[in-house]
Design a protein around this ligand. Structure first.
Ligand code: PDD
Length: 285
């Protein structure tokens, strides 16, 4: 039975109910996080909670719990659910009001929800053959650094990939890569790893940080800078990264091969480093 946390209590997911007047439902007015859990250890929890704080500050919603209580509740959810590897999802909305009103309620009582799902990382076959992606203009707002539950644009963009039989949509804004519909995007050109800089146009991914750290640790040359669309299309390799997808090679973009059209040698190295890191650090050795 999937056990969730809602507003102060643990319960089976089927019993978790929120008001139809909740602003998360009416306006997508909320913040969220997705935290991968390996061997029952939430990965980089302080970093995820720092990103949550950044989102809450950005949407002017006071943190109802604080770091110590979040940590306690997340560990409790992990303990109460099955599986060594899990994906913890948490969200906080600006709660319910008595009538629909864009402006905030006079007294905000946030809705706090935490659940856990099995962590399903990509199948070996998908990693070995690589994935296909489409591209689209990044039509989202200008605060993509905030992890908010207003994800309609991301959903529409991801669906474009699915409708084309692909896995991800690579987004371009003003001629540069921003990120994927639900991932960060890296390119490799002439042996150099290219990463778009963290700013208001992309989510600062926790996996993005890990990839850059592993590159630095193993001496892979790396440039954090804007990546023009032409450079992305002419790259030797393209990757997508996220907590649940880890690192995946994109081998086709809009029907055209990326590089050789096969997962590249730099990806193979990064994947090995990532798996080693997972075994030794994420699982706590
Ligand atoms: N999404 N960019 C976007 C738009 C994302 O939605 C995500 C992750 C990332 C990667 O962030 P991280 O490495 O911290 O997972 C980048 C999660 C997994 C989701 O919405 O389900």
């Amino acid at each position: 039975m999937n056990v969730v946390y809602l507003n102060g209590a643990f319960m089976p997911v089927a019993e978790a109910k929120v008001s139809a007047m909740d602003r998360g439902f009416l306006f997508g007015d909320g913040a969220y996080e997705v935290i991968p859990v390996y061997s029952r250890r939430p990965f980089r929890l302080p970093e995820h909670l720092a990103r949550l704080r950044h989102t809450l500050e950005g949407i002017l919603l006071a943190d109802p719990l604080g770091e110590a209580e979040w940590t306690r509740l997340i560990n409790e959810i992990v303990a109460r659910n099955e599986g060594e590897d899990q994906s913890v999802y948490l969200q906080i909305t600006r709660g319910a009001d008595t009538k629909r009103n864009h402006a905030f309620p006079a007294r905000v009582v946030p809705t706090v929800y935490i659940m856990s799902e099995p962590l399903v990382t990509p199948a070996a076959a998908q990693r070995e053959s690589g994935i296909a992606a489409v591209s689209a203009p990044d039509v989202r707002w200008l605060r993509c650094d905030l992890k908010t539950t207003s994800l309609l644009a991301n959903c529409l963009l991801r669906q474009q990939a699915v409708d084309a039989g692909c896995v991800e949509t690579v987004l371009f804004r003003d001629g540069f890569i921003t990120e994927g519909a639900a991932s960060n995007i890296f390119a490799v050109k002439n042996g150099v790893l290219l990463a778009p800089p963290k700013n208001h146009l992309m989510l600062p991914g926790i996996t993005y940080d890990v990839v850059l750290e592993l590159a630095a640790r193993h001496g892979l040359p790396c440039e954090v800078r804007n990546v023009p669309e032409a450079e992305a299309r002419g790259a030797n390799e393209l990757w997508m990264t996220s907590s649940t997808k880890e690192v995946l090679p994109i081998v086709r973009l809009d029907g055209q091969p990326v590089g050789t059209g096969r997962p590249g040698p730099v990806f193979a190295r990064m994947y090995a480093w990532y798996q080693d890191f997972k075994r030794t650090v994420m699982r706590g050795g």
